[in-house]
Design a protein around this ligand. Structure first.
Ligand code: G6P
Ligand code: MG
Length: 214
């Protein structure tokens, strides 16, 4: 029986993907090109600088390392402007309730996100207290599909990886969980989230029975 739940943030607990998309698109437009919502899917779970490299490649634009740092900072300023206006109503359906349910049933909980803005987002939506450990892009350096972010989470909770269940909306995140020796619950579509032990449309569909049966 699992002992801990590790949650990705963007796309699992809150829908910040739309804000990332808006900010990246504004940057691309400023550089003279555009990209689609379908292309945006490829950026899920990918770190800020890696995302920028992918986007510049789409636009056929090349920049020096220093210029890339500046562009990433500019995008983040626009993104932070949006997330600092977030409210608890932006928590995805069932997410807060599921966190409360697992905590009431003595599971340990951790955040495992690539974002360097996770603390701001959790504070804005008022759920920081529901996590026993917070691991994000400020604490780890290897991007998903590397399992580092989840392994550090397990370590901070003092639970062996095989007793941890990861909740992820990105394929890179499912791969990270599996290569870390954990169970993975995909949030989204089964066709996309191949390799997950279970796929649900959202945390609203998760139950204690489904968790215990993993
Ligand atoms: C998550 C999102 C990505 C984002 C990354 C870094 O993984 O899914 O779209 O690029 O976090 O976020 P940050 O807030 O540090 O720019
Ligand atoms: Mg995500």
């Amino acid at each position: 029986k699992p002992k801990a739940c590790i949650f990705d943030l963007d796309g699992v607990i809150v829908d910040t993907a739309v804000y990332h998309y808006k900010a990246w698109r504004r940057l691309a437009n400023q550089l003279g090109f555009d990209f689609t919502e379908t292309q945006n899917e490829e950026l899920k779970g990918i770190s800020r600088i890696e995302s920028l490299k992918i986007i510049l490649n789409w636009g056929g634009v090349s920049k020096s390392d220093a210029e890339m740092q500046e562009l990433a900072t500019l995008k983040n300023e626009w993104y932070v402007e949006m997330i600092t206006k977030m409210t608890p109503r932006e928590i995805l359906p069932g997410a807060k309730e599921f966190l409360e349910l697992v905590k009431a049933n003595h599971y340990l909980t951790a955040l495992g996100s690539a974002s360097k803005n996770s603390e701001t987002i959790l504070r804005q939506v008022g759920i920081t207290h529901l996590f026993d450990a917070l691991v994000d892009g400020n604490k780890v350096s290897k991007s998903k599909p590397d399992p580092e972010v989840f392994l550090v989470g397990a370590q901070e909770l003092n639970v062996p990886p095989n007793q941890c269940v990861v909740f992820e909306d990105a394929i890179a995140g499912i791969q990270a969980a599996k290569s870390g020796g954990m169970k993975a619950v995909g949030i989204g579509k089964a066709e996309v989230l191949k390799g997950a032990d279970l796929v649900v449309a959202g945390l609203l569909e998760m139950t204690l029975a489904k968790l215990e049966n993993l």
